[in-house]
Design a protein around this ligand. Sequence first.
Ligand code: FBW
Ligand code: ZN
Length: 264
Amino acid sequence: PVAWGYEGDIGPCNWHKYFPKAGGKRQSPIDIDTSATQYDGSFKPLRIHYDSHMCSSLTNNGHTFCMSVNSDQCNLSGGPLEDKYRLLQFHCHWGSDDTKGSEHTVDGHQYAAELHLVHWNTDKFKSADEAIEKNQGIAVLTAFIKAGKEHRGWNHVLSHFKDIKKVQGTSTVNEDFNPKCLLPENQTDYWTYEGSLTTPPCHESVRFIIFKEVVEVSSEQLAQFRSLCVCSSRKRDTGEDEHLVDNFRPIQPLNGRVVKASFQ
Ligand SMILES: NS(=O)(=O)c1cccc(F)c1
Ligand SMILES: [Zn+2]
């Protein structure tokens, strides 16, 4: 597999050399210019049904932490979606400090982090591996995160981070945890548009659904995101671990796409 990252020669500006879709016309993330969004009154209510008895495993894949979910009871439908989607995994993107870290921006404002709950289309495709490459294959529920008051729900995930500090570290999470608790209270106001995976191979298969309400976590909790290491072998010349930070792709051209809003 081809190595890619967020800085230097393997950074986002060169992804297209080995991952040609990264140079496509419907790439993500984008800036949401709220003055140019179009209200769409035809959206049905978003239906987010997650059960909490889903045992899952948390991994540090070297680019983010990934909570993979294997419950066929965690489903998403409605809103702008024509089909039913099943939760596959969730992960985040964050910065080296609280002033940056999100992938999407709103009127040029970047948040401290961004949560992606990744779902695949079970009506149209037989597997997530197939869906991830196909148009309408993936739906990502997205919430912005800013520094503020502590978020108790996040502690259920962060408490496992010591087990996955090193790359390829994996920890089994069996406790009753429902990822719905990580979403904002207001789940009726969101923006949505058609884009891509924000990491290689950048397949143009994603419908993003981005909540307007921002979730708060404490600065200390954000610092725990930054405690993950990028790779066990590589040591900085000072012998220090290299921490996984600034794992966000720069914003991409809109190329005429219109961002729809579920609210006026
Ligand atoms: N960052 S993201 O667009 O949600 C994404 C990247 C790669 C794989 C995937 F399932 C989701
Ligand atoms: Zn992501």
